[in-house]
Design a protein around this ligand. Structure first.
Ligand code: ZN
Length: 318
């Protein structure tokens, strides 16, 4: 199977569902990705698929970015690896709910060879996957069977225009202190992407700790901390990210099954156009910024919000 991406594949961009399925299927075959059992292979860009892609890239001597573009080296190497992987045993897995087509339900749990036909995940809506019986330790390092998985569930909609330094300064002088949202200034997905790399794991750890204490039932928790988002935009400095966690944990044998929703609230304030002027000195934008600075400015808030869903299992503390 050759992989044909229709869009860039990255955690912070609006990815194509079918692209996600192709990459998941390939990484599943190659032993890097195991889907969450209850949902199987879906077009949802969960954290595990990006982690799995990084691991694959590392093994292939590529920079482990966890991202890919149509026909780039990563896609070529994935396609090549899939062509070589023509034999080997696996167990056919289905998500085990009533929508699974009968022919696939019959295959559930059977031992198959990768060269056999049909192939799980070939049909457009099929969520079945292969559970390879070789390379067990290879994918146990990237397992999703225990551990938490976090995906964005709020709308990623935002303005297609990203604010630059001039826009931030202009609003300081003309906006009369009106707060702006990250989605209106086109920076929501960049902020989420940065948050994914610096905050998500911490929140998952917090949830893990919490559910181990609770053991069973409904739980809530919260956090608040400042983080530097300067790499997203130099107009953002130390921003505060607060969060509310609401979830429920059930004991399932030796594990705890977790389902939680996290609301992230981002807050920053724009107070200092001087630093932006310094940043823009010598560029074609300096004059534009200077034309505003005769007026009195007002500080304003920059706010943002997104929701994630955290699911998975945590081993019971011993
Ligand atoms: Zn199926």
């Amino acid at each position: 199977m050759d992989i044909k991406l229709s869009k860039p594949f990255a955690a912070n961009s609006a990815v194509d569902e079918y692209d996600v399925k192709q990459i998941k299927k390939a990484l599943n075959r190659l032993g890097y990705y195991q889907p969450f059992e209850k949902v199987g292979i879906t077009g949802i860009p969960d954290t595990a698929v990006f982690d799995a892609l990084k691991a694959f890239q590392k093994d292939q001597g590529l920079t482990p970015t966890g991202t890919a573009k149509p026909d780039d080296e990563t896609v070529k190497k994935l396609s090549a690896a899939m062509r070589h992987k023509s034999s080997g045993k696996y167990i056919w897995r289905t998500v085990g709910y009533s929508k699974v087509r009968t022919s696939h339900a019959k295959l559930n749990g059977t031992l198959r060879d990768f060269s056999d036909s049909p192939d799980p995940g070939d049909d457009y809506n099929c969520r079945c996957w292969a559970d390879p019986i070789k390379d067990k330790q290879k994918y146990s390092a990237h397992k999703e069977k225990t551990g938490l998985n976090q995906i964005i569930i709020s709308s990623p909609q935002q303005s297609s225009y990203k604010w630059n330094g001039v826009n931030f300064v202009e609003h300081f002088y003309k906006g009369k202190g009106r707060a702006v949202s990250l989605s209106e200034i086109g920076l929501l997905s960049d902020v989420i992407s940065h948050a994914r790399s610096i905050i998500f794991k911490r929140v998952e750890k917090q949830i893990e700790k919490k559910v181990k204490t609770i053991g069973n039932g409904i739980f809530t928790d919260s956090f608040s901390r400042s983080y530097n988002f300067g790499s997203v935009s130099f107009s953002l400095g130390n921003s505060t990210v607060k969060g509310h966690i609401q979830g429920n944990v059930r004991k399932l044998g030796k594990a705890l099954s977790v389902e939680a929703q996290v609301e992230y609230l981002f807050f920053d304030q724009f107070t200092d156009p001087v630093s932006i002027r310094q940043y823009l000195t010598g560029t074609s934008l300096t004059n534009k910024v200077d034309s505003y600075t005769e007026m009195g400015g007002t500080a304003y808030d920059i706010v943002g919000r997104w929701l994630t869903k955290v699911t998975g299992t945590v081993e019971v503390a011993r």
